[in-house]
Design a protein around this ligand. Structure first.
Ligand SMILES: C[S@@+](CC[C@H](N)C(=O)[O-])C[C@H]1O[C@@H](n2cnc3c(N)ncnc32)[C@H](O)[C@@H]1O
Length: 212
């Protein structure tokens, strides 16, 4: 699908630069300066921000970071945070490829991967956010027993993620092939999740716990 860019997206995003962490590498090892010592939960590929801003509103004791590469969707997330007057969320307009430059060892308590791009062709498998390449980066920045929560509508990506996480030694729990009918709590949904579940698609979900 062609990407619809907002003509003045960058300009509008930078008008809210107080909400952005523009040089996260400078906070590596000292995120406390920003979070005041709160636990960090990071959503990678946060899109338009419904999920992260809902959680931030409900959990003031957690500091939420949303990382997103596309300015036009990130802008929507920033606007939601402004509207809700949140003080426990900030945004990184960055590529997850460089995550290990932004955080030192054991700085993040939880990572959310919601409806990540599936990259179905095997030649692009390395770009999947649950590829071993990324799992190694997550392992470094996650605290002991830190968690990765994955939601997707894509069965193949879910299978791939289960295998990759298991191969990398994560302990898996709360695996469901139909999250919305599983009896598990749904504290917040994403824009993609709402769209897919409205059209009758099942949502797959898992939690992976880092093991030493
Ligand atoms: C399919 S969308 C899902 C958006 C949102 N999580 C949701 O569920 O509504 C995937 C998002 O991940 C972002 N993304 C993909 N790869 C990324 C990367 N390497 N770094 C940062 N963001 C990425 C894309 O720009 C896109 O907004």
């Amino acid at each position: 699908m062609r990407r619809r860019r907002l003509k003045d997206g960058v300009e509008r995003l930078l008008a809210h630069r107080d909400w952005l962490v523009e040089a996260p590498e400078q906070l590596s090892g000292q995120w406390d300066k920003l979070t005041g010592g709160k636990r960090i939960h990071l959503e990678i590929g946060m899109g338009k921000g419904q999920f992260i801003t809902t959680l931030a509103e409900e959990n003031p004791d957690v500091f939420y970071l949303g990382l997103e590469i596309k300015e036009e969707v990130l802008l929507r997330g920033v606007e939601k945070a402004i509207e809700k007057e949140l003080d426990n969320v900030r945004f990184l307009w960055k590529n997850a490829e460089h995550l290990d430059q932004y955080f030192a060892k054991e700085e993040v308590e939880r990572i959310y991967l919601n409806f990540s791009d599936p990259w179905p062709k095997s030649r692009t498998a390395k770009r999947r956010l649950t590829h071993q390449r990324f799992l190694n980066k997550y392992r470094k920045i996650l605290v002991k027993e830190g968690e990765i929560h994955v939601k997707t509508d894509n069965e193949k990506l879910f299978e791939f993620s289960l295998n990759a996480l298991s191969d990398e030694g994560y302990r898996l729990k709360n695996i469901t092939f139909d999250y919305h009918n599983s009896g598990l709590s749904v504290p917040a949904t994403t824009e993609y999740e709402d769209k897919f579940s409205r059209s009758g698609l099942r949502i797959y979900r898992l939690e992976a716990i880092k093991r030493d």
